[in-house]
Design a protein around this ligand. Sequence first.
Ligand code: F3S
Length: 433
Amino acid sequence: MINYKMTLTDDEVAILNGRYGEVKAKIMETLVMFGDIFGAKRLVPVTHHEGHLVTSFGIPFLKPTFTTMDKLIKANIQTIGKFTVDPRPIDYENVKCNPLEKLVFNKILYSKQAFYEDQLMKVGLKDNNAFTCTCYLDEVGNQPKYGDILSWAESSAVVYANSVLGARCNRNSGMLDLFGSIMGKVPEFGLLLDEGRKATWRVIVKTTKKPEAQILGSAIGMKVMEDVPYVYGLDKWLGNEINDEVIGYLKDFGAATASNGAVGLYHIDGLTPEAKKLGDSLLSENAKEYIIDDAELERVYKSYPIMWKKKDKRADMAFIGCPHLTYTQLEDWSYKIVDGLKKNKLAKVQLRTILTTSPDVRMKFMKTPLYRELIKTGAKVSSICPLMYTNNPITKIHRIATSSNKLRTYSIARYYKDSELLDLILGNDKEAK
Ligand code: F3S
């Protein structure tokens, strides 16, 4: 048995000693070692058993993952609750690929996709619709409550659960999310502790209009990195209640803080649940200060590099929805596209446009007349992960436009503000004329 520093219960020691077999002993060992590295004093029970896994794609170099999954399946080990997982990397129906792209996806990049999905199903995947990073939305239903302890890993989902739902989860890595969901235990450190949820940054928003969620999140992420920010001045623009519009805003804001920095939790004064309950007492004594005005947001926006090979050319593809769009966001974008094209007396979108959302939201939307109108414009609604689609040498030739700061950060997609992206889609930009 390993040497460990944390205090374990008799039951946990027995599991380490092999009470439930070698595989469970190994899983427990990994959780304990992980906890020891971060100074955890003990393991605590997961209270929301629906896990969320970050690894959704069957890339052959993930061989150790497949081997581990195989061991779990052979030992008949499953997660306690059913779990959701990040979006799939391919959707040939809605994100068409040329023969070369298909060849690379099918034979090289994602050749293990079906095999891996079968493994996920055997270990506890919820269902075929469970592939989304916005598992916490009503339509998907993997919704932790205030104070719940989770074993999740996807950074955009973790920051949402911590900040908007008031649940407690560290930014775990892939496989640890699964191991915690199997054992129903996670090491207690960081964002699981009251102390770790205190803000070390006081961020004051002083803009003259509602800030673009993705740029504000990016600015804060790059400044505070992995620290916890407490944001003043945003309730002026968002109000004091979490409604559909606010959910979309905070989802995008949080994903940008988590990807442009490494934020796992933020508090919004007068709005997010812990800030409402505990207010200023969440601020650490020596909290640093960051003031954000219009000029600061513009500085951050202007700092984004354009990484396309042909920088001066027009975009040839747009991805909207990373993280996946909420139903309200999907409706909003669809109205803007359909009505905007009518106004411009155009029948079709002026560049290939893909809106991404969870399979459950997509199915709900597909029943509406608005969906049928949107599809007539040539725009598509997919549940793909845009990053998985674009982050390879083959699809890198596309000049992808996006209003997602996460996609911009991890790929060569170019960032556009929502209004600029809409102009491209509607042909309102000067290159389109
Ligand atoms: Fe979701 Fe993929 Fe973006 S997991 S946040 S759509 S990179």
